[in-house]
Design a protein around this ligand. Structure first.
Ligand code: UDX
Ligand code: UDX
Length: 459
C-alpha cells in the first residue's frame, strides 16, 4: 500500500522505514530539508539500532523516499500518517499548532485528489483532538466530507526510544481508532502481516489508550520512587530488594507452567532519579491539563509529576549529604540521555541535576557515550560545564561521580576496578547501577538505600 508520513522524527521515521521494510511503498515528509537530504543519502538523523541498516535497504529497493513536498506525498499515496510533534505549552496543555497546520495542508492537497484517501493521526493527541480538531480542518480545506471523500483513523504508537525498530516490528498490540468501518478496514490492511492483537475502537478511546498507557507507566515509576524515598529513611533498607519481594506477588508476576512470567524485577517499578524523554512528562502533563479543562482534578497524576520533578534533585542532596557544600567541588555527571541506547536528552533528569549543581557553584564535568558536546550544549544551553571525551577522563580526580543514565559502557566501573583505580572516589547512584554488585567494596550512596546512620538529613 502506498503510504505517506508527515513528520520524520523518532516516530515518523521508524514507522516509515518499518512499513517499507515489510513491503509498503513509503514517502516520508518533513519541513527540515537538511534532514530530508540526510535521510535520502541513507543516513539516519537519529540514533536507533538497526534503523540506518533498514533505511539503506528500503532506499535500495526504491520503497522509501523522503521529501519536503507534502502535496506530492499525499497525491502519490493512499494513506497519510501524521507524526508531527505535539509538545507541551507553557501551561502544560498540548500544543496542537503543528497538527493543525499539517491537517490543513493535507486537506488542501486532497482538494485536487479524486480517489478516496485515509488520514491517520499517529501523534499522541489529547482525547477528542482527531474528531474536533483534525476532522474539521481536513473537511474545510478539502471541501470533502469524511466517509465519502476521505477516511479518518487514530493509530497511536508505543515505540520506546532505543528499542523503536523492535517495538515497531513486534508490537504488543495495534490500536485502530476509526471514524467509520471503511477507514478502519483500510488501515488494518497496512498491518495485515503483523501477528498481534488488533483493537478496533473509537477515535477517543484510541487517543485515551495511548495517554493511559504512558500515564500508568509513569505512575508506576513515581510510585517506585516514592517507596525508594521512604526506604532511605530506614537504616539498611534497600528499595530494589523490597520490589524484588513485592514482584513475587502472582497478581503482578503470574506463575505459568511453574515458571514466573518475568523473572526480572517488574520494569517501571525500578527506582531512580526520575523519568524523562519526549513522552512521559509531556503526555502526563497534557492529560492533567485535559482533565482540569474537563473540570476533573487529577490528584494522582499531579502527584506523579510532583514526585518526578523533585526526584533528580535527590541525587544532589545525597551528594551534599556525603561531601557537604558543593561550591568548587568537582562533580562528574555520567549520562545525559534520558535513558540508555538513545541520543535523546529531552526532559532528561541530567538537565535538572546540572542546573542544580551549577546553582550550587560546583564544577561540573559531563560524559555520555552517545550524546556529543554539540547536542549537549544545544539542550543544556549556557550551563557552564566541561564535556569529557571518555568515561575515564570524566571520573578522574572528582569529588563525586553521579550516575544519571545507566549506560552499558559504565559497566567498566566494577567495584574491583573502582577499588583498585579510584578507591576514595564517591559514587552517587541514581539508577540502581551498583545494585546486585559487590558494592560493599566502594564508597557510594544511592536512591532507595537506607544509609547506615538511619534517616537521611533532608526533610
Ligand atoms: C513527537 C512526539 O514526541 C510524539 O509524542 C508525537 O506522537 C509525535 O511527535 P518524535 O518523533 O519524537 O515524536 O518527534 P521529533 O523527533 O521531534 O520529530 C518530529 C519531526 O516532525 C521533526 O523532524 C520536524 O522537523 C517534523 N515536523 C515538525 C514537520 O515535518 N512538520 C511540522 O509542521 C512540524
Ligand atoms: C515511553 C513508553 O515506554 C513508550 O511505550 C511510548 O511510546 C513512549 O514513551 P520512552 O520514553 O522511549 O517510551 O522510554 P521508556 O523506556 O519507557 O523510559 C521512560 C523513562 O522512564 C526513562 O527516563 C527511564 O529512565 C525511566 N524509567 C523507566 C524509570 O525511571 N524506571 C523504570 O522502571 C523504567
Amino acid at each position: 500500500m502506498e503510504t505517506s508520513i508527515v513528520g520524520t522524527g523518532y516516530v515518523g521515521l521508524v514507522t516509515g522505514v518499518g512499513l517499507a521494510s515489510i513491503g509498503h511503498k513509503v514517502i516520508c515528509v518533513d519541513i527540515d530539508a537538511k534532514k530530508v537530504e540526510k535521510i535520502n543519502k541513507g543516513e539516519s538523523p537519529i540514533y536507533e539500532k538497526r534503523l540506518e541498516e533498514l533505511l539503506k535497504k528500503a532506499l535500495q529497493k526504491k520503497l522509501f523516499i523522503a521529501t519536503t513536498d507534502l502535496n506530492y506525498a499525499v497525491l502519490n499515496s493512499q494513506i497519510t500518517f501524521i507524526a508531527v510533534p505535539t509538545p507541551s505549552k507553557k501551561n502544560n496543555d498540548i500544543d496542537l499548532s503543528y497538527m493543525k497546520k499539517v491537517s490543513a495542508q493535507i486537506g488542501s492537497a486532497l482538494l485536487n485528489k479524486k480517489e478516496y484517501h485515509i488520514i491517520v493521526v499517529k501523534s499522541t493527541v489529547a482525547p477528542e483532538t482527531t474528531l474536533k480538531v483534525v476532522l474539521p480542518l481536513i473537511e474545510k480545506y478539502s471541501k470533502k466530507k469524511t466517509g465519502s471523500g476521505f477516511g479518518l483513523c487514530m493509530n497511536p504508537e508505543f515505540l520506546r526510544e532505543g528499542n523503536a525498530v523492535d517495538d515497531f516490528m513486534r508490537p504488543d498490540r495495534i490500536v485502530i481508532g476509526e471514524i467509520d468501518k471503511q477507514s478502519g478496514d483500510n488501515l488494518a490492511k497496512v498491518y495485515k502481516n503483523f501477528e498481534t492483537d488488533i483493537i478496533r475502537t473509537s477515535l477517543s478511546n484510541a487517543e485515551m489508550i495511548k495517554y493511559t498507557n504512558n500515564a500508568l507507566l509513569a505512575t508506576l515509576i513515581s510510585f517506585s520512587n516514592e517507596i525508594a524515598n521512604i526506604s532511605e529513611k530506614i537504616p539498611g533498607a534497600n528499595a530494589f530488594e523490597i520490589f524484588k519481594g513485592v514482584y513475587l506477588d502472582k497478581r503482578l508476576n503470574p506463575v505459568i507452567n511453574g515458571k514466573r512470567v518475568n523473572p526480572q524485577i517488574l520494569s517501571y517499578l525500578y527506582p531512580g532519579c526520575g523519568f524523562g524523554g519526549s513522552c512521559f512528562p509531556k503526555d502526563v502533563k497534557a492529560l492533567v491539563a485535559f482533565s482540569n479543562k474537563k473540570k476533573y482534578k487529577p490528584v494522582l497524576l499531579s502527584a506523579v509529576l510532583d514526585i518526578n520533578k523533585k526526584q533528580p534533585l535527590r541525587l544532589v542532596k545525597l551528594t551534599e549529604q556525603k561531601i557537604g557544600n558543593l561550591k568548587n567541588k568537582n562533580i562528574a555527571v555520567l549520562g545525559l540521555a534520558f535513558k540508555p541506547e538513545t541520543d535523546d536528552v529531552r526532559e532528561s533528569p541530567a538537565i535538572a541535576i546540572i542546573k542544580e549543581l551549577v546553582a550550587k557553584k560546583a564544577n561540573v564535568f559531563t560524559y555520555d557515550p552517545v550524546v556529543n558536546a554539540k547536542n549537549t550544549h544545544l539542550h543544556f544551553k549556557n550551563f557552564p560545564f566541561d564535556h569529557a571525551q571518555s568515561l575515564h577522563q570524566a571520573v578522574k580526580n572528582k569529588d563525586a561521580c553521579l550516575i544519571v543514565t545507566n549506560w552499558k559502557e559504565f559497566e567498566k566501573l566494577t567495584p574491583e576496578f573502582i577499588k583498585s583505580n579510584m578507591a576514595n572516589h564517591l559514587f552517587i547512584d541514581g539508577r540502581g547501577f551498583f545494585h546486585n554488585k559487590e558494592s560493599e567494596k566502594i564508597n557510594y550512596l544511592g536512591i532507595g538505600l537506607g544509609n547506615k546512620k538511619g534517616a537521611s538529613k533532608e526533610s
